[in-house]
Write a protein that binds this ligand. Structure first.
Ligand SMILES: *Cc1c(COP(=O)(O)O)cnc(C)c1O
Length: 391
């Protein structure tokens, strides 16, 4: 059996007609930048997440940077970021001129620990050098972060809450009053990525920002197009009136057309299917002693960007990966290195972090293939071979 880690070819076979049609329409129309599909997509995604504004942009990394610039985050500010995440979550605060302060995560959900977060904020306050300004809360592997408690901490210390929903799009969190909040609606400002392997991916790079705040939305629209003057934003000359410094970060019309074709399938079938695959894994793996399976906490719904398990301490992870690879089963390690130990932060305040859970996870996690089109027999095959490799 030859298994893909995330099978985009199989997905394309399933949605080919709609995708090809939308691509052909964009080509015929030749409105490659800011075409009508871009606005249509933004409307659909703001409705889906329940947010007032959706601002599309070139990728999920730019989305974080644009959001931070729009909120005025910069030099002298401390931005609290989980130590266990993709590089962008900490890279963008630093490129904005702020100092990322890395915070530990919970071993069961892989998401930011509120105990570690509050400790880190207090420490920065005691040091008195940086101003606590924002939290980047990541929906890691598809599961939204601990919204209720992180939001309470942000309110207590008056911090901006930025949700990095690059992996969480499609997931949700249900409040105690029963209201369901979608990933993308959990931050004062939220961002996502449409990188092909993300839960909702396009066929290249893409990203989006979500907020209910009119001023932040206007700033994001300006920053994404060279800081254009927002007095007359739709004037074709607006980008030659530059009110502030910005960047060139737009979602192309082709990618918007592809996302418009993929979105109904994502929403109506892929999320259910990928949750079925995760349930099968959890059932089949639950009798193996010593491994830890991903915990989806009560009231959370995951979009399963990854299915990440923890191997027993001392297991030879490289040998297990090699043996699985020989059987046609690809695996990955997300993430092998704590953020605070990345060379990019060496010698800075960001490198000073104590995150034992992150260190443990970096040494033990293993991500198994997961996508909506993985068949039951394939899941069974992967688990059976994994059990053999573990012995
Ligand atoms: C993928 C990812 C990003 C960046 O998205 P790109 O579109 O690749 O720039 C940011 N944060 C997290 C958690 C991610 O997984």
């Amino acid at each position: 059996m030859e298994i893909e880690f995330r099978d985009l070819k199989r997905q394309y076979k399933y949605i080919k007609e709609a995708v090809d049609e939308n691509i052909a329409n964009v080509l015929a129309d030749s409105h490659f930048i800011s075409g009508p599909e871009v606005k249509e997509l933004e409307k659909i995604l703001s409705d889906y997440t329940g947010r007032k504004h959706c601002i599309s942009c070139a990728n999920g990394t730019d989305a974080i940077s644009i959001a931070l610039f729009a909120a005025g985050v910069g030099s002298g500010d401390a931005v609290f970021v989980p130590d266990f995440t993709f590089f962008s979550s900490g890279e963008c605060p630093a490129t904005c001129g702020a100092t990322p302060i890395f915070v530990d995560v919970n071993l069961d959900t892989y998401n930011i620990s509120t105990v570690s977060l509050e400790k880190a904020i207090e420490k920065v306050l005691v040091e008195g050098k940086l101003k606590p300004k924002a939290v980047v809360a990541v929906d890691l592997f598809g599961q939204p972060f601990d919204y209720g408690n992180v939001k309470a901490i942000c309110d207590k210390y008056n911090l901006l809450l930025l949700e990095d929903a690059a992996q969480g799009f499609g997931g949700s969190y249900t409040l105690s009053n029963g209201e369901k909040k979608m990933a993308g609606s959990l931050g004062d400002i939220s961002t996502t990525s449409f990188f092909p392997a993300k839960p909702l991916g396009c066929y290249g790079d893409g990203g989006a920002i979500f907020t209910d705040d009119d001023n932040l939305a206007t700033m994001c629209r300006s920053i994404a197009v060279h800081g254009k003057d927002m007095q007359h934003p739709d004037d074709s000359n607006a980008k030659y009136n530059n009110a502030r410094l910005g960047m060139n970060s737009r979602l192309d019309t082709l990618q918007a057309g592809i996302l418009l074709a993929k979105f109904p399938v994502f929403k109506d079938s892929e999320l259910d299917k990928v949750n079925h695959v995760a349930e099968r894994y959890t059932e089949l793996l639950s009798d193996i002693k010593g491994i830890t399976l991903p915990l989806i906490a009560d009231k959370y719904y995951s979009s399963w960007a990854q299915y990440t398990i923890q191997l027993p301490k001392g297991a030879d992870r490289a040998a297990i990966q090699k043996e699985l690879k020989e059987q046609g089963i690809p695996t990955n390690i997300y993430y092998p290195k704590p953020m605070h130990t990345q060379g990019a932060f060496s010698g800075t305040r960001s490198a000073e972090a104590e995150c034992p859970n992150t260190e443990q996870l970096c040494g033990t996690v293993l991500c198994l293939p997961i996508h909506p089109y993985l068949e039951d027999e394939e899941t069974e095959f992967i688990v059976e071979r994994f059990k053999r490799a573990l012995k």
